[in-house]
Design a protein around this ligand. Structure first.
Ligand code: HEC
Ligand code: HEC
Ligand code: HEC
Ligand code: HEC
Ligand code: HEC
Ligand code: HEC
Length: 447
């Protein structure tokens, strides 16, 4: 009689399938998809209007001399310059840019008309520019408007995960693979079943492995010592986690809500190095740090209507950021087209992140100004946060621990002169911690 050994065929197949899945889900595979050429390659300058001129030299000149008042494709203080060579002759442009007020005084009709249209704002004269410099600038502004990249991150919520079409295609590939594997599994199962039936019909005996007489779990249950040890270990581990879980109640460390305007501390405080106290100015002098009013934003954003292309990341596209600045304009009622306020304001409802219970008293100026503590000590690496989050647990233990550990820097700090003299005698030490100065007394933090 023939014997067929089949005991491992199923598990072997499963192993193979797993290995295949693992291989295909390997990041290096996904990488290939991400490396494939994307839609971005549309930025090579093309001299569409047939102007001779060095675009990159023109860009430098434009940025240093004209960008304060002009944008290529949008109205700013002065008109958008794209298309100006179709409207005006070369000679007119040369003499306008070199000295526009002379043309206005001379009564050139076109010059007077545009001067009137722009509320008689005078443009600077640029006698230092040669005609070829001006050609370069015009070549730069007459470049066709770069096609917007395929908008990936239209909204904050969809922005998470991989940027670009690559992320999607990887997922699709993985999905298809998983489906194919599932299909294979089903087919193999069916084949296995048919073959078994076929073998049975032919009188082939399929040998099943039954060497292990007692299953492991039975052996385990019968060994009392092992059962007791395991129970004790499980109880200990369990209570550790349960305790940890309950200690988390009311602690919102890591809380990072979606804000009405996607405001990035990384871009402002990090990349552009804006001082925290420029916006959170009351941190120095009062209990609260406060959130800046939108007027503070407009000090800069009157002239920053869009971000530089380099600011865009894989996760957040330039269109996304520009849209967020547009939300700011909408809220303060600023019309970028006319560069004026419309008077229609809508308050921005920022979601509060840090919030101590009412029973506790915390004062910023005491820590920032008196003790001279950096914001980052309590709020973490804010200048790297694209989305603001609560860094510290804000528990009582956290406050106390720092008060015990922090040696107060008293050198040249007039707040401390008297208290230092008294307390350093009392404790017989040169340096004092906040705790030694009474920062552990319940009443200091509790009303
Ligand atoms: C101080 C702000 C300011 C600066 C700097 C400036 N411009 Fe102007 N420009 C204006 C204003 C305002 C107008 C609209 C006419 C007017 O009110 O005088 C204008 C008009 C123009 C026009 C005419 C546009 C048209 O539609 O006819 C051209 C061309 C021009 N500017 C080119 C330049 C170039 C090139 C530079 C840099 C070398 C430059 N401007 C720098 C403010 C400025
Ligand atoms: C250009 C203005 C600006 C600058 C500069 C700035 N912030 Fe902010 N900050 C804001 C705005 C607007 C919010 C509210 C939106 C948010 O939470 O993201 C905020 C929120 C915060 C919050 C959370 C407030 C809450 O709701 O609990 C903290 C903490 C904070 N900033 C700390 C800092 C620190 C530290 C720095 C310096 C490294 C800094 N900020 C620089 C504007 C600014
Ligand atoms: C000191 C100048 C300054 C102030 C004040 C300022 N910004 Fe900005 N803002 C910038 C600069 C610079 C950029 C980046 C431009 C770039 O990358 O090309 C920017 C970019 C942005 C962006 C797009 C990137 C992002 O963070 O999502 C938004 C939205 C924005 N600002 C909102 C605000 C708001 C809201 C305030 C007020 C709380 C504010 N800004 C205050 C200078 C400022
Ligand atoms: C000693 C720790 C500590 C330091 C240093 C500190 N903060 Fe705070 N910050 C807190 C705590 C705690 C809260 C929550 C306060 C509350 O809920 O009453 C908070 C809240 C805030 C808020 C929310 C609004 C408010 O005023 O309650 C902002 C914004 C903020 N901090 C910014 C700053 C900035 C900017 C600096 C640096 C100039 C700074 N913080 C330094 C601990 C600190
Ligand atoms: C990064 C360290 C640090 C953290 C965190 C911190 N503190 Fe302090 N705190 C200090 C220092 C240093 C002083 C001493 C300043 C002084 O002499 O007034 C101080 C002083 C104080 C005082 C005044 C004590 C006195 O003797 O008058 C109070 C109240 C206080 N902290 C409350 C808090 C509370 C509430 C928290 C938690 C939410 C907190 N602090 C977290 C460092 C810290
Ligand atoms: C350095 C500041 C500080 C000091 C000193 C301090 N506390 Fe607290 N305490 C806090 C803060 C902050 C909280 C809120 C913690 C939280 O929300 O998780 C708190 C919370 C508590 C709570 C819990 C209240 C609740 O509803 O959960 C009790 C009880 C308490 N404190 C008692 C005391 C007693 C008693 C003392 C004196 C031995 C004391 N605290 C000293 C800062 C302090």
């Amino acid at each position: 009689m023939k014997k067929v050994k089949m005991r491992h065929s199923n598990s072997r197949f499963l192993l193979l399938a797993l290995a295949a899945l693992f291989f295909f889900s390997n990041p290096s595979f996904a990488q290939d998809a991400a490396d494939s050429p994307s839609v971005e390659e549309n930025t090579t300058p093309v001299d569409e209007a047939g102007l001779e001129g060095d675009v990159s030299a023109g860009k430098d000149l434009f940025n240093s001399l004209c960008a304060a008042c002009h944008k290529p494709y949008k109205r700013a203080i002065g008109p958008a310059l794209h298309g100006v060579t179709e409207k005006r002759g070369k000679e007119w442009l040369y003499s306008w840019i070199k000295n526009s007020s002379a043309m206005i005084e001379a009564g050139d009709p076109q010059a007077v008309a545009i001067y009137e249209e722009y509320n008689k704002v005078a443009m600077n004269a640029f006698p230092q520019l040669s005609n070829s410099d001006i050609d370069n600038i015009l070549a730069y502004v007459e470049q066709p408007k770069p096609e917007p990249k395929v908008a990936v991150a239209a909204e904050g919520s969809t922005a998470a995960g991989q940027g670009g079409g690559a992320g999607v295609s990887t997922q699709v590939v993985l999905g298809i693979l998983a489906f194919v594997l599932l299909l294979l599994l089903v087919v193999l199962f069916l084949v296995n079943k048919t073959l078994t039936r076929f073998a049975e019909a032919n009188g082939v005996v399929i040998e099943k492995d039954e060497k292990i007489s007692k299953p492991i779990w039975k052996a385990f249950v019968e060994n009392q010592f092992l059962v007791i040890v395991t129970t004790v270990v499980l109880l200990l581990v369990g209570s550790y986690y349960v305790y940890g879980f309950f200690m988390q109640v009311g602690v919102d460390q890591g809380y990072a809500p979606v804000q009405p305007i996607h405001y990035s501390h990384k871009i402002h405080a990090g990349d552009n190095g804006i001082d925290c106290k420029y916006c959170h100015s009351s941190a120095r002098v009062s209990k609260q740090s406060g959130i800046p009013s939108l007027n503070v934003c407009m000090n800069c954003h009157k002239s920053i209507a869009e971000v530089a292309p380099e600011t865009a990341t894989e996760e957040y596209s330039k269109e996304f950021y520009d849209g967020e600045i547009a939300k700011l304009y909408d809220a303060v009622g600023w019309d970028p087209a006319t560069q004026s306020y419309t008077g229609e304001e809508k308050p921005v409802k920022w979601v509060r992140i840090h919030n101590l219970p009412d029973l506790a008293y915390f004062n910023h100026s005491q820590h920032v100004t008196v003790a001279g503590i950096e914001c980052q000590k309590c709020h973490g690496p804010v200048e790297e946060m694209e989305i603001m989050r609560q860094h510290a647990p804000l528990t009582m233990g956290w406050c106390i621990e720092c008060h015990r550990d922090t040696k107060v820097n008293m050198q040249g700090n007039e707040y401390y002169e008297k208290i230092h003299e008294e307390l350093s005698k009392k404790y017989g030490v040169e340096t004092l911690t906040a705790a030694q100065m009474g920062a552990l007394e319940c009443g200091k933090c509790h009303y």
